[in-house]
Design a protein around this ligand. Sequence first.
Ligand code: ADP
Ligand code: ZN
Length: 518
Amino acid sequence: MDLTAAQQVLKKNFGFDDFRPGQRLVLEHVLAGDNSLAIMPTGGGKSLCYQIPAMLFDGITVVVSPLISLMKDQVDALNDSGIPATFINSSLEWPDIQDRLSALRRGDYRLLYVAPERLDSAGFIQALAQLPIDLLAVDEAHCISQWGHDFRPSYLALSTAIEQLPTHPQVLALTATATEQVARDICQQLQIDPQNEVNTGFARDNLDLTVVKDQDTDRYILDYLEVNQGETGIIYASTRKEVTRLTKLLTGHHIKAAAYHAGLDDVVRQQNQEDFLYDRVQVMVATNAFGMGIDKSNVRFVIHAQVPGTLEAYYQEAGRAGRDGLPSEAILLFHAADLQIQHFFIDQSEMDDAHRQQAYVKLQMMSQYANTQDCLQQFILKYFGEDSEPCGRCSNCQDHRQAQDITVEAQKILSCVVRLRSRFGKGVVAQVLAGANNQRIRDNNLSDLSTYGIMRGTSQKTLTTLIDFLTAGGYLQAIGGQYPTLHVSTTGAQVLKGETKVYRKMAQRVQRLAPVDD
Ligand code: ADP
Ligand code: ZN
């Protein structure tokens, strides 16, 4: 495929000399007229993949994007680069929408940005049907999948909407976050041949991942901000209450911080967002309501004060650091107790049972991320179905403590799981190993097992941590949703047979940050 014309637009309208390799592949599909799916990390340059075709095609390119708050800015920026674009969303009055639609019919614009909610309206679809649309770009395409972490029902209207357009536009779906299952779902719903999927990988070479376990959250954050004075960042928490508390903590220490969560007044929320975007505040403390499409390039760190519910959500939120390509940090402050908050959210949600079980499984993966001693980036990439080498930069790659041989302990735990015939979860396994005497143990005659009490003297908490470690390391598998049972994996079986040894780094981690005075 000859990309000469595309290359000219790239130079003339955007001032860039070359496409990135992923963009080139996506453009080849799009310009050949194929429905396609582009999976590229945040900052990878997805927008050009439809903005350039929009300039080359005769008709209109419609961009479906949930980022209503950014549409105006995006459109203004395009107009500044000589690309006629407009948007239609709920912020506009009806006469204004009519004006824009007439201008579109006259051919005044090459790009039209719309919010997915618009597609729920039959009247709007009819208006679209009168336009010469030849490309439909679906941004944040993972929102279409109920298996994703950010499902939005209005995205389901997309496939029907496409069918109703007489021009049968081709589709380009784009996302920075899709497991294989979600990618399959996107392809199926938008009729994309999986062969036309371009996946440039999820690795973010400028993002250093860190997990910090069981440290005092407030202390850690204050220390971090002291060391990284003046740096801009986002601190995520799971609840509005915690957002409020942390914001107060920071402002109390004379750090310019603002809060963002769905419970705040619209005006306040908008104001806080703008203050952050325009560098009037240094730190945004937010729930996951904040961030989708926040195109702020100089975010240097994203700290999760509490663990989110899925690795996809985590990586997407963490990925808001370093869009400019400069070195940035993503830090997860992990306390096992915070998993309960996410558990509660799942319990309270209105998902059907299959999705609920899946949500529990995803939460387990999040917990394994926090407990693994392997490369964190590798762990995430593997979750998205990608093989990679250790990154050398994350807190696990940088953890140079001496590893200790814990094969014997591991064998005790694994054989206990075998003796329990994989019918129980980690709580019971820890109790049996510690030789606990409670109703559950008695009811199931578990004290008769040969492994009962073989780790007496080790606390149940330590045992649970060890089990988490073995699970994160793939020696054990936690199977099932809400109440997963433990199973020995193939690698675990090798450990039992003495074919594989297990090592664990255990000495106290050296404090990397200097203490601050209050
Ligand atoms: P994404 O939507 O994938 O997160 P964007 O489309 O916003 O990423 O692009 C991220 C940044 O990369 C933008 O600042 C954009 O101008 C820049 N960019 C995109 N493509 C190129 C290119 N071919 N050469 C140089 N810079 C590029
Ligand atoms: Zn690493």
